[in-house]
Design a binder for this molecule. Structure first.
Ligand code: AMP
Length: 129
């Protein structure tokens, strides 16, 4: 059974795409902690992030770094925070979260909700950087 993220990669489930290459995809988290909360995934499904091969692990972090720079330019924030959780979706991913303060990366906080148009606007602002 493919993960929900593999279904996004295959186009079965929509996403607000931020960046992609042959190996990786970045898209907006649907239940964000902050505006511009992005997930970076390998297109090939691997459950646990720390099971990724050395080369893939290196490349996904470089890909995520480039995405983080774009988010930082588009979304007012002090820094982009990084989290590896994976308790909900068993498909390796990196959370990139714009931070104004430490509470912005508290996963126990209620998530923000945005309309489809608002998500699309956020994605457009990040991708056009
Ligand atoms: P975790 O596995 O605990 O790192 O959390 C998985 C993250 O994936 C959560 O922040 C969810 O909001 C997010 N998520 C789950 N389904 C989707 C989806 N269809 N599109 C975008 N983000 C999603």
């Amino acid at each position: 059974m493919p993960s929900i993220f593999s279904k996004i990669v295959d186009g079965e489930i929509p996403c607000h795409r931020i960046a992609e290459n042959e190996e990786f995809l970045a898209f907006l988290d649907i239940n964000p902690l902050a505006e511009g909360h992005v997930l970076v995934i390998p297109k090939t499904e691997v459950d646990y992030f720390f099971d990724l091969d050395d080369d893939v692990l290196s490349r996904i972090n470089i890909f995520a770094r480039d995405v983080a720079h774009k988010i930082k330019k588009a979304i007012p924030c002090k820094r982009i925070g990084v989290a590896i959780i994976g308790l909900e979706v068993a498909h390796a991913h990196i959370h990139l979260i714009p931070l104004q303060n430490i509470a912005d990366i508290n996963f126990e906080r209620p998530k923000l909700s945005f309309t489809t148009e608002e998500f699309a606007d956020t994605a457009e602002r990040i991708t056009r950087v």
